[in-house]
Design a protein around this ligand. Sequence first.
Ligand SMILES: [Zn+2]
Length: 200
Amino acid sequence: MDDPRAAMAAICRMAYERKLLDSAGGNLTVRIGDRIYMSPRYAGSLKQWQLDASDFLTLNLEGEVLAGSGQVSREGAMHLAIYRHLPMAGAVFHAHSENIMVFAAACRPIPPTSEQTDKFGEIPLVRHAASHTQDLADNVVEGLRPQAEKLEKHGIACLIPRHGIVCVARDLNAVYDTLERIDRGARMYLLGRLLDPPRG
Ligand SMILES: [Zn+2]
């Protein structure tokens, strides 16, 4: 596949507009062969996700920066750990999406709500660890590993307590699709609670 950075920039802009990303943080990576392309640190707080292709960093699988002038994202270690432990992973999206955050803040797993999200099953919570730590990277890998075989067919995800979500998929389009479906599913669950009890 070609250089994915322009497509990654477009996805980040769209995700911010759709409240799947916020200015507080998040990070997107794509792996192509032995290269990892990564959104830079402070993409939310300083750039409001209005990134260009040239803002993305290129790293090797050991995490060394090969190209790009920005700083490595603070959850970079988590992304690298996921690629190391899940060989089928081709894209990782960490985000604080609006509807997902209701569940993350309350430390509740997200149940499937419709045919669009049934395939993911319940989105589990991982054990808590401070942001930007190796412990958090380890806990996220631990939460994703039992789902690893599903990557052959579709994306997988887990929630970080009081923080956000991590989605993993084979490629960029699939990881965006996973994030949007789960955020929509979270919204369906929340709005569904406003409906009258079923009649009959
Ligand atoms: Zn975060």
